[in-house]
Ligand binder design. Structure first.
Ligand SMILES: [Zn+2]
Length: 73
């Protein structure tokens, strides 16, 4: 999973630090292609409230689900 240092790690959606585990949601590194628009969000931690209101949330989750299906085979 993403390495998170509370109070230091910045949420890529709002640019503010993530201060507590309770407000954090994180994803492992699952996109290899640096040209992928979601690459910077793979292996990242977000504020839950930012992630919930992120317009790309559903597409991102779909990508992650696809990755999990492939990697579990
Ligand atoms: Zn945020």
């Amino acid at each position: 999973m993403a390495l998170i240092e509370y109070g230091v790690t910045l949420c890529p959606l709002c640019g503010e630090p993530i201060n507590t585990p309770e407000e954090c949601i994180s994803f492992p590194h699952f996109i290899e292609d640096r040209g992928d628009p979601f690459w910077q969000y793979s292996d990242a931690a977000f504020h839950k409230k930012c992630f919930e209101s992120w317009p790309n949330k559903l597409e991102f989750i779909a990508r992650f689900e696809t990755f999990k299906r492939i990697s579990e085979k």
